[in-house]
Ligand binder design. Structure first.
Ligand SMILES: Nc1ncnc2c1ncn2[C@@H]1O[C@H](COP(=O)(O)OP(=O)(O)OP(=O)(O)O)[C@@H](O)[C@H]1O
Ligand SMILES: [Mg+2]
Length: 398
Protein backbone atom coordinates (compact mmCIF):
# COMPACT_ATOMS: atom_id res chain seq x y z
CA UNK A 1 0.00 0.00 0.00
CA UNK A 2 1.26 3.47 -0.81
CA UNK A 3 1.13 5.66 2.28
CA UNK A 4 -0.33 9.07 1.67
CA UNK A 5 2.09 11.89 2.43
CA UNK A 6 1.99 13.16 5.99
CA UNK A 7 -0.33 16.04 5.71
CA UNK A 8 -3.82 17.17 6.06
CA UNK A 9 -5.82 14.56 7.92
CA UNK A 10 -3.24 13.26 10.35
CA UNK A 11 -4.04 13.43 14.05
CA UNK A 12 -0.85 15.24 15.13
CA UNK A 13 -0.71 17.77 12.38
CA UNK A 14 -4.50 18.30 12.61
CA UNK A 15 -4.11 19.25 16.24
CA UNK A 16 -1.16 21.52 15.45
CA UNK A 17 -3.05 23.16 12.63
CA UNK A 18 -6.20 23.78 14.63
CA UNK A 19 -4.20 25.01 17.60
CA UNK A 20 -2.28 27.41 15.34
CA UNK A 21 -5.45 28.64 13.69
CA UNK A 22 -7.04 29.34 17.04
CA UNK A 23 -3.93 31.26 18.13
CA UNK A 24 -4.02 33.40 15.01
CA UNK A 25 -7.71 34.05 15.32
CA UNK A 26 -7.50 35.00 18.97
CA UNK A 27 -4.60 37.41 18.38
CA UNK A 28 -7.16 40.00 17.29
CA UNK A 29 -5.50 40.73 13.98
CA UNK A 30 -7.12 42.59 11.12
CA UNK A 31 -8.46 40.81 8.04
CA UNK A 32 -5.15 40.83 6.18
CA UNK A 33 -3.29 39.63 9.26
CA UNK A 34 -5.69 36.72 9.71
CA UNK A 35 -5.65 35.77 6.01
CA UNK A 36 -1.86 35.87 5.83
CA UNK A 37 -1.30 34.07 9.16
CA UNK A 38 -3.63 31.22 8.24
CA UNK A 39 -2.11 30.84 4.76
CA UNK A 40 1.37 30.48 6.28
CA UNK A 41 0.21 28.08 8.96
CA UNK A 42 -1.71 25.81 6.59
CA UNK A 43 1.27 25.42 4.30
CA UNK A 44 3.58 24.75 7.25
CA UNK A 45 1.42 22.09 8.87
CA UNK A 46 -0.18 20.26 5.97
CA UNK A 47 2.57 19.26 3.57
CA UNK A 48 1.01 21.39 0.90
CA UNK A 49 3.16 23.79 -1.04
CA UNK A 50 1.03 26.84 -1.23
CA UNK A 51 -2.16 28.19 0.28
CA UNK A 52 -4.28 31.05 -1.07
CA UNK A 53 -6.92 32.88 0.94
CA UNK A 54 -9.42 34.75 -1.23
CA UNK A 55 -11.97 36.97 0.56
CA UNK A 56 -15.30 38.08 -0.80
CA UNK A 57 -15.53 41.85 -1.30
CA UNK A 58 -18.24 43.75 0.62
CA UNK A 59 -20.38 44.04 -2.54
CA UNK A 60 -20.34 40.24 -2.72
CA UNK A 61 -19.45 39.90 -6.39
CA UNK A 62 -15.67 39.41 -6.45
CA UNK A 63 -13.00 37.46 -4.61
CA UNK A 64 -9.78 39.23 -3.65
CA UNK A 65 -6.57 37.42 -2.81
CA UNK A 66 -5.75 38.64 0.72
CA UNK A 67 -3.26 36.07 2.04
CA UNK A 68 -0.85 33.59 0.43
CA UNK A 69 2.23 31.52 1.12
CA UNK A 70 5.44 33.39 0.21
CA UNK A 71 6.45 34.35 -2.43
CA UNK A 72 2.81 34.75 -3.47
CA UNK A 73 2.06 36.93 -0.42
CA UNK A 74 3.22 39.98 -2.38
CA UNK A 75 0.25 39.43 -4.69
CA UNK A 76 -2.19 40.02 -1.81
CA UNK A 77 -4.85 42.55 -2.86
CA UNK A 78 -3.56 42.42 -6.44
CA UNK A 79 -5.48 39.41 -7.76
CA UNK A 80 -9.22 39.35 -8.05
CA UNK A 81 -11.77 37.00 -9.56
CA UNK A 82 -15.45 37.51 -10.29
CA UNK A 83 -17.75 35.04 -8.53
CA UNK A 84 -18.37 32.14 -10.89
CA UNK A 85 -14.97 32.41 -12.64
CA UNK A 86 -12.14 29.95 -12.15
CA UNK A 87 -12.16 27.14 -9.59
CA UNK A 88 -12.33 29.57 -6.64
CA UNK A 89 -15.13 31.51 -8.29
CA UNK A 90 -17.02 28.23 -8.82
CA UNK A 91 -16.50 27.21 -5.18
CA UNK A 92 -17.77 30.62 -4.07
CA UNK A 93 -20.79 30.46 -6.36
CA UNK A 94 -21.77 26.92 -5.32
CA UNK A 95 -20.50 26.92 -1.73
CA UNK A 96 -19.07 23.44 -2.32
CA UNK A 97 -15.49 22.17 -2.13
CA UNK A 98 -13.59 21.09 -5.23
CA UNK A 99 -10.67 18.66 -5.38
CA UNK A 100 -8.54 18.31 -8.50
CA UNK A 101 -5.90 15.61 -8.44
CA UNK A 102 -4.25 16.42 -11.77
CA UNK A 103 -4.79 17.87 -15.24
CA UNK A 104 -6.58 20.89 -13.84
CA UNK A 105 -6.30 22.60 -17.22
CA UNK A 106 -8.77 20.02 -18.53
CA UNK A 107 -11.34 21.16 -16.01
CA UNK A 108 -13.65 23.63 -17.79
CA UNK A 109 -13.94 25.66 -14.55
CA UNK A 110 -10.19 26.28 -14.38
CA UNK A 111 -8.90 29.70 -15.28
CA UNK A 112 -5.17 30.27 -15.68
CA UNK A 113 -3.82 33.32 -13.85
CA UNK A 114 -0.14 33.68 -14.86
CA UNK A 115 0.96 35.36 -11.60
CA UNK A 116 -0.28 32.36 -9.57
CA UNK A 117 1.90 29.99 -11.64
CA UNK A 118 -0.66 27.17 -11.76
CA UNK A 119 1.60 25.14 -14.07
CA UNK A 120 3.97 24.47 -11.13
CA UNK A 121 1.28 22.77 -9.04
CA UNK A 122 -0.41 19.48 -9.86
CA UNK A 123 -3.13 18.92 -7.26
CA UNK A 124 -5.41 21.26 -5.42
CA UNK A 125 -8.26 21.46 -2.95
CA UNK A 126 -10.53 24.46 -2.69
CA UNK A 127 -13.10 24.96 0.09
CA UNK A 128 -15.61 27.75 0.73
CA UNK A 129 -15.24 29.79 3.92
CA UNK A 130 -18.74 29.88 5.37
CA UNK A 131 -19.91 31.35 8.69
CA UNK A 132 -22.26 29.45 10.98
CA UNK A 133 -25.30 31.40 9.77
CA UNK A 134 -24.30 30.29 6.27
CA UNK A 135 -22.77 33.45 4.78
CA UNK A 136 -19.91 33.06 2.34
CA UNK A 137 -16.81 35.01 3.40
CA UNK A 138 -14.23 33.69 0.94
CA UNK A 139 -12.44 30.64 -0.46
CA UNK A 140 -9.39 28.79 0.83
CA UNK A 141 -7.17 26.88 -1.62
CA UNK A 142 -4.22 24.58 -1.14
CA UNK A 143 -1.95 23.35 -3.93
CA UNK A 144 0.80 20.73 -4.12
CA UNK A 145 3.69 20.47 -6.55
CA UNK A 146 3.42 16.66 -6.55
CA UNK A 147 0.32 14.69 -7.31
CA UNK A 148 -1.80 14.30 -4.21
CA UNK A 149 -5.10 12.54 -3.53
CA UNK A 150 -6.91 14.82 -1.13
CA UNK A 151 -9.19 12.57 0.95
CA UNK A 152 -12.62 13.39 2.32
CA UNK A 153 -11.01 13.75 5.74
CA UNK A 154 -8.53 16.29 4.27
CA UNK A 155 -11.37 18.29 2.81
CA UNK A 156 -13.29 18.11 6.10
CA UNK A 157 -10.27 19.41 7.98
CA UNK A 158 -9.74 22.26 5.53
CA UNK A 159 -13.44 23.06 5.76
CA UNK A 160 -13.19 23.24 9.56
CA UNK A 161 -10.28 25.66 9.32
CA UNK A 162 -12.17 27.65 6.70
CA UNK A 163 -15.22 27.76 8.98
CA UNK A 164 -13.17 29.01 11.94
CA UNK A 165 -11.64 31.69 9.74
CA UNK A 166 -15.00 32.69 8.34
CA UNK A 167 -16.31 33.39 11.85
CA UNK A 168 -13.22 35.37 12.80
CA UNK A 169 -13.26 37.36 9.58
CA UNK A 170 -16.92 38.19 10.02
CA UNK A 171 -16.11 39.36 13.56
CA UNK A 172 -13.17 41.43 12.36
CA UNK A 173 -15.43 43.05 9.74
CA UNK A 174 -18.17 43.79 12.26
CA UNK A 175 -15.56 45.14 14.63
CA UNK A 176 -14.09 47.51 12.07
CA UNK A 177 -17.58 48.66 11.03
CA UNK A 178 -18.40 49.35 14.67
CA UNK A 179 -15.13 51.22 15.13
CA UNK A 180 -15.92 53.34 12.06
CA UNK A 181 -19.38 54.14 13.40
CA UNK A 182 -17.96 55.06 16.76
CA UNK A 183 -15.45 57.40 15.13
CA UNK A 184 -18.26 58.97 13.08
CA UNK A 185 -20.31 59.49 16.24
CA UNK A 186 -17.34 61.13 17.92
CA UNK A 187 -16.83 63.44 14.95
CA UNK A 188 -20.54 64.18 15.01
CA UNK A 189 -20.50 65.07 18.70
CA UNK A 190 -17.42 67.24 18.17
CA UNK A 191 -19.14 69.08 15.34
CA UNK A 192 -22.21 69.71 17.45
CA UNK A 193 -20.08 71.20 20.20
CA UNK A 194 -18.16 73.33 17.68
CA UNK A 195 -21.34 74.49 16.03
CA UNK A 196 -22.84 75.40 19.39
CA UNK A 197 -19.67 77.30 20.25
CA UNK A 198 -19.83 79.21 16.97
CA UNK A 199 -23.49 80.01 17.50
CA UNK A 200 -22.71 81.17 21.04
CA UNK A 201 -19.85 83.35 19.83
CA UNK A 202 -22.08 84.87 17.18
CA UNK A 203 -24.81 85.63 19.71
CA UNK A 204 -22.28 86.99 22.22
CA UNK A 205 -20.86 89.22 19.48
CA UNK A 206 -24.25 90.56 18.51
CA UNK A 207 -25.24 91.19 22.12
CA UNK A 208 -21.93 92.82 22.98
CA UNK A 209 -21.40 94.94 19.90
CA UNK A 210 -24.97 95.82 19.08
CA UNK A 211 -27.51 95.39 21.80
CA UNK A 212 -25.51 96.25 24.92
CA UNK A 213 -23.88 99.27 23.24
CA UNK A 214 -27.33 100.65 22.54
CA UNK A 215 -28.55 99.92 26.05
CA UNK A 216 -25.51 101.71 27.53
CA UNK A 217 -26.24 104.81 25.40
CA UNK A 218 -29.93 104.50 26.14
CA UNK A 219 -29.30 104.54 29.86
CA UNK A 220 -26.94 107.52 29.39
CA UNK A 221 -29.70 109.49 27.57
CA UNK A 222 -32.25 108.55 30.23
CA UNK A 223 -29.93 109.83 33.01
CA UNK A 224 -29.44 113.08 31.09
CA UNK A 225 -33.22 113.36 30.69
CA UNK A 226 -33.73 112.75 34.42
CA UNK A 227 -31.22 115.50 35.24
CA UNK A 228 -32.86 117.96 32.84
CA UNK A 229 -36.49 117.13 33.46
CA UNK A 230 -37.22 120.03 35.86
CA UNK A 231 -34.61 122.59 34.70
CA UNK A 232 -34.79 122.09 30.92
CA UNK A 233 -37.88 120.08 29.85
CA UNK A 234 -37.13 120.61 26.13
CA UNK A 235 -33.70 119.05 26.42
CA UNK A 236 -35.17 116.23 28.56
CA UNK A 237 -37.73 115.52 25.85
CA UNK A 238 -34.97 115.42 23.28
CA UNK A 239 -32.95 112.96 25.40
CA UNK A 240 -36.02 110.78 25.81
CA UNK A 241 -36.62 110.80 22.06
CA UNK A 242 -33.00 109.66 21.50
CA UNK A 243 -33.48 106.96 24.14
CA UNK A 244 -36.62 105.78 22.33
CA UNK A 245 -34.71 105.51 19.07
CA UNK A 246 -32.02 103.49 20.79
CA UNK A 247 -34.61 101.21 22.40
CA UNK A 248 -36.15 100.60 18.98
CA UNK A 249 -32.67 99.92 17.56
CA UNK A 250 -31.87 97.47 20.38
CA UNK A 251 -35.14 95.70 19.71
CA UNK A 252 -34.28 95.37 16.03
CA UNK A 253 -30.87 94.00 16.87
CA UNK A 254 -32.38 91.52 19.30
CA UNK A 255 -34.70 90.32 16.56
CA UNK A 256 -31.79 89.94 14.17
CA UNK A 257 -29.81 87.99 16.74
CA UNK A 258 -32.73 85.64 17.33
CA UNK A 259 -33.40 85.35 13.62
CA UNK A 260 -29.83 84.09 13.39
CA UNK A 261 -31.02 80.98 15.21
CA UNK A 262 -34.03 80.22 13.05
CA UNK A 263 -35.00 82.58 10.26
CA UNK A 264 -38.54 83.74 11.18
CA UNK A 265 -39.45 83.80 7.50
CA UNK A 266 -39.45 79.98 7.60
CA UNK A 267 -42.26 80.00 10.14
CA UNK A 268 -44.16 82.65 8.21
CA UNK A 269 -43.82 81.32 4.67
CA UNK A 270 -42.43 77.77 4.77
CA UNK A 271 -39.22 76.67 3.12
CA UNK A 272 -40.14 76.93 -0.57
CA UNK A 273 -41.55 80.46 -0.37
CA UNK A 274 -38.70 81.55 1.94
CA UNK A 275 -36.16 80.41 -0.64
CA UNK A 276 -38.07 82.24 -3.38
CA UNK A 277 -38.14 85.39 -1.28
CA UNK A 278 -34.45 84.98 -0.45
CA UNK A 279 -33.57 84.66 -4.13
CA UNK A 280 -35.74 87.64 -5.08
CA UNK A 281 -34.11 89.79 -2.40
CA UNK A 282 -30.62 89.36 -3.87
CA UNK A 283 -29.38 91.99 -6.29
CA UNK A 284 -28.47 89.26 -8.81
CA UNK A 285 -29.74 89.87 -12.37
CA UNK A 286 -31.40 86.61 -13.53
CA UNK A 287 -32.32 84.33 -10.70
CA UNK A 288 -34.48 81.42 -11.65
CA UNK A 289 -36.14 79.62 -8.77
CA UNK A 290 -37.73 76.22 -8.95
CA UNK A 291 -39.06 74.82 -5.68
CA UNK A 292 -41.56 72.31 -4.37
CA UNK A 293 -43.85 73.10 -1.45
CA UNK A 294 -42.99 70.77 1.35
CA UNK A 295 -42.92 70.63 5.11
CA UNK A 296 -39.68 69.29 6.52
CA UNK A 297 -38.36 68.94 10.07
CA UNK A 298 -37.49 72.42 11.39
CA UNK A 299 -33.77 71.77 11.72
CA UNK A 300 -33.60 70.52 8.13
CA UNK A 301 -35.44 73.62 6.86
CA UNK A 302 -33.07 75.88 8.79
CA UNK A 303 -30.02 74.08 7.38
CA UNK A 304 -31.32 74.21 3.79
CA UNK A 305 -32.19 77.89 4.14
CA UNK A 306 -28.82 78.84 5.67
CA UNK A 307 -26.93 76.89 3.04
CA UNK A 308 -28.95 78.55 0.24
CA UNK A 309 -28.24 81.91 1.86
CA UNK A 310 -24.48 81.35 1.95
CA UNK A 311 -24.39 79.86 -1.56
CA UNK A 312 -26.25 82.90 -2.96
CA UNK A 313 -23.97 85.23 -0.97
CA UNK A 314 -21.01 83.49 -2.61
CA UNK A 315 -22.54 83.95 -6.06
CA UNK A 316 -22.99 87.66 -5.28
CA UNK A 317 -19.51 88.08 -3.84
CA UNK A 318 -17.42 85.96 -6.16
CA UNK A 319 -19.17 84.74 -9.31
CA UNK A 320 -20.01 87.76 -11.54
CA UNK A 321 -22.70 85.49 -12.94
CA UNK A 322 -25.25 86.39 -15.61
CA UNK A 323 -27.66 83.62 -14.59
CA UNK A 324 -28.33 81.84 -11.34
CA UNK A 325 -30.59 78.90 -10.73
CA UNK A 326 -31.89 77.68 -7.37
CA UNK A 327 -33.70 74.38 -7.31
CA UNK A 328 -35.33 72.63 -4.35
CA UNK A 329 -36.67 69.13 -4.85
CA UNK A 330 -37.54 66.01 -2.94
CA UNK A 331 -36.15 62.69 -4.14
CA UNK A 332 -36.64 59.30 -2.55
CA UNK A 333 -35.98 59.89 1.10
CA UNK A 334 -33.95 63.07 0.67
CA UNK A 335 -34.24 66.79 0.11
CA UNK A 336 -32.07 68.20 -2.67
CA UNK A 337 -30.96 71.77 -3.14
CA UNK A 338 -28.94 72.93 -6.11
CA UNK A 339 -27.59 76.41 -6.71
CA UNK A 340 -25.83 76.89 -10.01
CA UNK A 341 -24.34 79.92 -11.66
CA UNK A 342 -22.59 80.65 -14.93
CA UNK A 343 -19.98 82.89 -13.35
CA UNK A 344 -16.21 82.86 -13.13
CA UNK A 345 -16.00 79.60 -11.15
CA UNK A 346 -13.05 78.58 -9.00
CA UNK A 347 -10.79 75.67 -8.24
CA UNK A 348 -12.39 73.89 -5.26
CA UNK A 349 -9.10 72.11 -4.47
CA UNK A 350 -7.42 75.44 -4.07
CA UNK A 351 -9.61 77.61 -1.85
CA UNK A 352 -7.88 79.55 0.90
CA UNK A 353 -7.99 78.12 4.43
CA UNK A 354 -10.74 79.73 6.45
CA UNK A 355 -10.10 81.39 9.78
CA UNK A 356 -12.35 79.25 11.96
CA UNK A 357 -13.25 75.59 12.09
CA UNK A 358 -16.97 76.15 11.46
CA UNK A 359 -19.36 78.89 10.55
CA UNK A 360 -17.43 80.35 7.68
CA UNK A 361 -18.56 79.96 4.10
CA UNK A 362 -18.03 76.60 2.48
CA UNK A 363 -16.79 74.72 5.55
CA UNK A 364 -19.82 75.99 7.46
CA UNK A 365 -22.17 74.76 4.73
CA UNK A 366 -20.37 71.45 4.65
CA UNK A 367 -20.65 71.00 8.37
CA UNK A 368 -24.31 71.90 8.48
CA UNK A 369 -24.92 69.23 5.83
CA UNK A 370 -22.80 66.59 7.57
CA UNK A 371 -24.45 67.22 10.92
CA UNK A 372 -27.71 66.08 9.36
CA UNK A 373 -26.11 63.07 7.73
CA UNK A 374 -26.13 64.82 4.35
CA UNK A 375 -23.55 65.82 1.78
CA UNK A 376 -22.61 69.07 0.18
CA UNK A 377 -20.51 69.27 -2.94
CA UNK A 378 -19.29 72.24 -4.92
CA UNK A 379 -18.43 71.50 -8.54
CA UNK A 380 -16.60 74.30 -10.19
CA UNK A 381 -13.99 74.95 -12.82
CA UNK A 382 -12.47 78.37 -13.36
CA UNK A 383 -14.38 80.09 -16.16
CA UNK A 384 -17.17 77.52 -16.17
CA UNK A 385 -19.47 78.54 -13.29
CA UNK A 386 -20.28 76.72 -10.09
CA UNK A 387 -22.84 74.18 -8.92
CA UNK A 388 -23.40 73.67 -5.22
CA UNK A 389 -25.41 70.55 -4.45
CA UNK A 390 -26.88 69.61 -1.12
CA UNK A 391 -28.54 66.32 -0.24
CA UNK A 392 -30.01 65.71 3.21
CA UNK A 393 -31.69 62.39 4.03
CA UNK A 394 -35.17 62.70 5.49
CA UNK A 395 -36.69 60.66 8.31
CA UNK A 396 -38.63 57.62 7.11
CA UNK A 397 -42.07 59.22 7.62
CA UNK A 398 -41.39 61.94 5.04
N1 LIG B 1 -20.25 80.72 -6.77
C1 LIG B 1 -18.93 80.96 -6.73
N2 LIG B 1 -18.29 81.48 -7.79
C2 LIG B 1 -16.95 81.73 -7.77
N3 LIG B 1 -16.18 81.47 -6.70
C3 LIG B 1 -16.73 80.97 -5.60
C4 LIG B 1 -18.14 80.69 -5.54
N4 LIG B 1 -18.41 80.16 -4.32
C5 LIG B 1 -17.25 80.13 -3.66
N5 LIG B 1 -16.24 80.63 -4.40
C6 LIG B 1 -14.81 80.67 -4.06
O1 LIG B 1 -14.61 79.83 -2.93
C7 LIG B 1 -14.01 80.57 -1.88
C8 LIG B 1 -14.49 80.03 -0.56
O2 LIG B 1 -15.84 80.40 -0.31
P1 LIG B 1 -16.31 80.64 1.18
O3 LIG B 1 -17.76 80.89 1.16
O4 LIG B 1 -15.80 79.50 1.99
O5 LIG B 1 -15.50 81.91 1.62
P2 LIG B 1 -15.76 83.44 1.34
O6 LIG B 1 -17.07 83.63 0.64
O7 LIG B 1 -14.57 83.98 0.64
O8 LIG B 1 -15.80 84.04 2.79
P3 LIG B 1 -16.98 83.94 3.89
O9 LIG B 1 -18.05 83.07 3.30
O10 LIG B 1 -16.34 83.31 5.08
O11 LIG B 1 -17.43 85.30 4.12
C9 LIG B 1 -14.36 82.00 -2.16
O12 LIG B 1 -13.41 82.85 -1.59
C10 LIG B 1 -14.34 82.03 -3.67
O13 LIG B 1 -13.04 82.17 -4.13
MG1 LIG C 1 -18.79 82.78 1.42
Amino acid sequence: MIRPPVGLANADSDARLLHGVIEILSAGLDLDGIAQGVADLITETTSTDVCFVHLLDPAGDRLHLRGATPPFDRLARRIELPIGEGISGWVAAHCQPVVITDNKRDDPRYRYIPELRGEEFISMASVPMITRPGDLVGVLNVHTRDRRDFTEADVDLLSSVAGLMAGAIENARLHSRLAEREAAMERFAEQIVLLQETERRRLAGEIHDGISQRIVSLSFHLSAAADAVSSDPASAAEQIARAQELAAGALDETRTAIAGLRPPVLDDLGLAASLESLARSTPLPNVHVDTVSTVLPEHVETAVYRIAQEALQNVMKHASAAHVQLRLSIATGAVLLEISDDGVGFDPANTPERAGPVGYGMPGMQQRAELLGGQLTADSTPGRGTVVRLKIPLPADH
